[in-house]
Every structure is written in C-alpha cells, then in structure tokens.
Design a protein around this ligand. Structure first.
Ligand code: FAD
Length: 544
C-alpha cells in the first residue's frame, strides 16, 4: 500500500485499533493486532523509527545486565525473545561475541562474574554451545591484543546478538502492512474527540499540511518519549510520568579502534559501556543522563563525548583516540517510567501499560529486545476494551518481512538456493551477501528495483549504498526524504556522516525521479539533509 492509499483509508475508514507512533513499540503492536485479524491503522508523525528506535545500542540483549539488578523475570523474557527474533528474522539477528575484561588486584572479580554468568546460563536456558567461557589474562590478550594489561585478571566471553534497530522497525511495519494494517509516516495526531464507542482522532498530513480525521475503537499510545504529550491531549496526564534519559554513541573507523569483539569497558563512574564492531566501523556507547530538552533531535555534547572517549582510553593500551577520529554519532532518549529517588541507570527498563479513563492504552518503558512480548501485553488490554475474544498471537511463529527464507534456516543456505542464484545472476557475490544480510528475502525485490546489475553498484566512495536500494526504499518502504534514506533505510548518515554527505546529491536526484519533485524541491530536501548532517557532528567544533 502506498502512502497516498494509506491516507485515503485513514480518512475513509474506521479501525478497531489506531496506533500512535511508528517506533519499534508501535510497529510491534500493529503487526500483532493485524495478525489477529483486527482492522489496524498506525500513524507516525515523522519517519518510521525516527525517534529512539533508530538510536539504540542495537543489542538484542540476553538479559545479563538485568540479573545484576535482580530482575529475574526480565532476564528470562529477554533470553526467550532473543531466540524468537533469531528464528523469525534470521537476516537481522547477528551474533556478536561479547568480551568482558576484569581488572583488579585479585581474582575476586573473575569469580563473581563466573558465578553470575553460570546463573544467567541456567535462568536464560542458554544452549550448551552458547555458554560463557572464562579466559585467563593471556587468553584475553590473544582475543583482544590492545586491552590494557595492567591489573588485567582475565575475561569472560559469551555470545550476544545485534540487530539494525531501524531495519527491525521497518521490517515489522512491512509485516503489519502485509497483514492488512494501514500505515503512514508523516501523519501526526493533533487532537482526540470524544471516546466511546468510536473515537475521532484528528490528524495532520505533515507533508501536505492538510488535516484529516480518522476513527477507531481503541487508541494505543506508543509515542515513546512523547507518550506524556499524547496523554495530555487525551486529558489523562496524571499518575505515572516519564523520566527521559539520554544516551549517545560515537562511531570510529575500525582501524582507529581495532577490537574484534563487543568489549565491555568501565567508564569513570564504573558504568559499563560497549565498543561494538559493526561492518567497517566500531561504535562506542552509551551514556545515561537525565534529559529535559527538546525531544526531536537530542544533542551530543562535548561532555557526553569525553565520557566515552575516556572509557576507551582507560580500557586499551596505546590508543590516542580523540574527537577528530569520530566519523559519526547519534543520541537517543529512553522513555523510562519515573521512579522516585533513582539515578538514570538504576531506573527499571520494564515496560508499563496504563489505560486512561477514555480507554487510551499507553505503553512506556521497555526494550527493543522485548518489543514483541510488549505488543502481546498491549493486546491483552485492547482485547478487554474491544469486549471480544481475539485469536492467540501469531507474532512469534510467523517470519518477519525478509525473514521467510524458503525453508532455509540461515542466509548461507538461502544464498545457495535456485531462486536467489537466478535473481542475482551476474551480481558479485559480496554484493549478494550484503543485500541478503540487510534485507533477507526482500533482497530479491531490491535487486529488481533499479533495473540491472549496474544499479547495485555503490553510489560513491565510502558507502556501499546503491541506486536500487534507494529506489526500493521509496517503493517498498515509504521513504520520503533524503534523511529517511541515509539515516534509516540505510545507516550511512549515522555511521559515516561525511560519506553520506558525498552521496546525498545523487540520492536526492533519484528521490526526485521517484517522487516527482521539482528542481526547487530537490534543492530544498538536499539542504534539509545538509543541515541535519552538520548538526550531527557540530559538538566536535565546540569540544576541541
Ligand atoms: P520511539 O522509537 O521513540 O517511537 C515513538 C514514535 O512516536 C516516534 O517515532 C515519534 O515520532 C512518534 N510520535 C510522537 N508523537 C506523535 C504524534 N503526535 N503522532 C504520531 N506519532 C507520534 N533496547 C534494546 O533492546 N537494546 C539496546 O541495545 C538498547 N540500547 C539503547 C540505547 C539508547 C541510547 C537508548 C535511548 C535506548 C536503548 N534501548 C535498547 C531501548 C530501545 O531503543 C527503546 O526502548 C525503544 O526504541 C523505544 O521505542 P518506542 O517505539 O517506544 O519509541
């Protein structure tokens, strides 16, 4: 369904459920509800995943850190959900071995970690092949030769998983659409009418500056950091409120921060921060500080950056890394539920669901990792509000968009299938592998979006993004702006802002062809991207 068709439906139809917010939480609810046969609409004020859901650490946590906080139920849930994601989206869940070095004067730290990991393996039901290993300091240095040697007592090594967060959202949105949901980006909720039995919801088509009204039996508020704004519009802002905390990440070239594993480092305040190898980059994150500024583009500050740079310097020997080495950065806001007297990093990551007197279901808190279970819990409340029994959720058993590998259980086998070999005939193997890793089975549609092998070549130096992917982003994933393509359909702007700038004019020209932009509009869209790209690394000038 195109965006124009979605707008027609929003104006002309009424829905069982209207979801506000196209981050991972809203996307998960839309998919679950549509798979249960409900009529579903989802509106997103900006682009899908433009809020917190494209700015996370991208870890699909097994839940080890919740063990430290004594949140056993969350440990089990995170571990189960990680296994579900690997099954339903084999193209998205990438194994990422985690190495935790232990420093100290004695071996006490190693024994404590070993006991914690043994408990974790048992609670989380970790299969034998994925259980942790304890390394001596010599073994740890073989794995990570640049680790700081002084007082290194050893390390633990165990598998974690990574997933491109924005792609997880896009594939979940696509699955919801495939199951019949009406989804549209750049549609903002402005106001609510009276509640029961059908609630009018007043919307703005942000692109056209036009207003429209849709109707739904139940409204789900999945607006992440904006949930309290929606609760105010609903007249139900009393009670629990959000405590927003900001987390930033910095990106380096892999050669400037040569790590082979996700390395857990200790910051100056003893908080764990990660160095994560990802494609040709290594990103470092994250911070956790209370935040009260504007929600749309939270800034990276020189202090945030120095906190992470300091953690890198104290964890590795001989790395003289500084702000000039940073080639990309992002900042996101955790929509946590306020807990009196707790510091940002102590606040629970558990989700909370609140049903207002008008019947609006608000979901706050939570994690990317547990989004599917969060959606099931929202549907339990929705079922009660709809007053009818719904079929059980199918969200754990059906593959996500891109995850249906024709019976193959992994991408390597899928790449050998006749369908894939035929469609990618003449395409270099590394391109095929890259596209399958990014889009799963949807790579078949990407391959034909640009018309020929030529259109799968990189658009410019420093990025592998191709013309076919840009065209597919518009046709298959509702991209509307240069930033949509370079920040979320691909991640070039996040990981290598300079490379994104270099290809932006070409991306703008392809979008102009696809979306029928005038020359003036093309220039305007390019300028908007340039402004965002400049702002992304602006803190480097002030930080020295
Ligand atoms: P969002 O993604 O912010 O989505 C809400 C959407 O609502 C936005 O897109 C917004 O534009 C839209 N919206 C707002 N107002 C309106 C309106 N009026 N009309 C229509 N739409 C509206 N989780 C993990 O599992 N693993 C991690 O490694 C991890 N790392 C993290 C690191 C950081 C720094 C942060 C900040 C979070 C991290 N998380 C992680 C948590 C995870 O990213 C979040 O829990 C999750 O992305 C929240 O998604 P959401 O859909 O609730 O919010």
């Amino acid at each position: 369904m195109s965006r124009a068709q979605a707008l027609d439906r929003l104006a002309g139809e009424q829905f069982d459920v209207l979801i506000v917010g196209g981050g991972i939480t809203g996307a998960g609810v839309a998919r679950d509800a549509a798979l249960r046969g409900l009529s579903v609409a989802l509106v997103e004020a900006r682009d899908f995943a433009s809020g917190t859901s494209s700015r996370s650490s991208k870890l699909i946590h097994g839940g080890l850190r919740y063990l430290e906080q004594g949140e056993i139920a969350l440990v089990r849930e995170a571990a189960r959900e990680r296994a579900v994601l690997r099954r339903m989206a084999p193209h998205l869940a990438m194994v990422a071995p985690m190495l935790v070095p232990v420093f100290g004067r004695t071996k006490a730290g190693i024994y404590k970690l070993k006991a914690g990991l043994a408990l974790f393996d048992r609670l989380a039901g970790v299969p034998r092949s994925e259980r942790h290993r304890i390394l001596t300091s010599d073994e740890a240095l073989v794995e990570e030769p640049r680790l700081a040697r002084e007082r290194l007592q050893g390390a633990a090594l165990y598998p974690e998983y990574l997933a491109d967060d924005a792609r997880l959202v896009l594939d979940t949105i696509k699955s919801a659409g495939d199951a019949g949901a009406t989804v549209a980006n750049y549609v903002r909720v402005l106001a609510f009418g009276q509640a029961a039995p059908l609630r009018a919801v007043h919307l703005e088509d942000v692109e056209a500056g036009a207003s429209l009204t849709t109707r739904a039996r139940v409204v789900v508020n999945a607006a992440g950091p904006w949930v309290d704004e929606l609760r105010t519009l609903d007249g139900s802002a009393a009670g629990s409120r959000l405590h927003l905390t900001k987390g930033i990440h910095l990106v380096f070239r892999a050669e400037d921060l040569p790590v082979r594993h996700c390395v857990v480092m200790r910051a100056s305040d003893r908080r764990p921060v990660f160095a994560v190898p990802y494609e040709r980059y290594v990103y470092v994150g994250t911070t956790d500080t209370s935040y009260e500024g504007p929600l749309d583009e939270p800034p990276v500050t020189p202090e945030d950056a120095e906190y992470l740079l300091d953690a890198v310097r104290r964890s590795f020997d001989g790395l003289t890394i500084g702000t000039a080495d940073v080639i990309g950065a992002w900042a996101g806001l955790r929509p946590l539920v306020h807990e009196e007297g707790k510091r940002p990093s102590e606040i629970s990551r558990k989700d909370e669901i609140i049903v207002s007197p008008s019947g609006m279901v608000t979901i706050a808190g939570g994690k990317l990792t547990t989004y599917r279970r969060m959606a099931e819990r929202v549907m339990e409340k929705t079922e009660a509000l709809l007053g009818r029994t719904l079929p059980p959720s199918k969200s754990a058993t059906l593959p996500l968009a891109g995850g249906d590998l024709d019976g193959a259980t992994n991408l390597v086998d899928y790449a050998r299938s006749t369908t894939v070999r035929r469609r990618f005939d003449g395409v270099p193997d590394d391109t095929t592998t890259r596209l399958l890793g990014r889009y799963g089975s949807d790579a078949l549609a990407v391959a034909t979006a640009g018309g020929g092998v030529e259109s799968l070549r990189p658009l410019g130096a420093g990025t592998l993004l191709s013309e076919a992917e840009v065209r597919y982003a518009v046709r298959g994933e509702m991209a509307r702006t240069v930033t949509d393509v370079l920040e979320r359909r691909s991640r070039v702007a996040l990981f290598a802002t300079g490379s994104a700038r270099a290809v932006a004019p070409r991306v703008a020209s392809i979008l102009a062809e696809e979306l029928g932009w005038s020359e003036a509009r093309r220039a305007q869209e390019l300028a908007a991207f340039e402004r965002a790209a400049t702002a992304r690394l602006a803190w480097r000038a002030s930080g020295g």
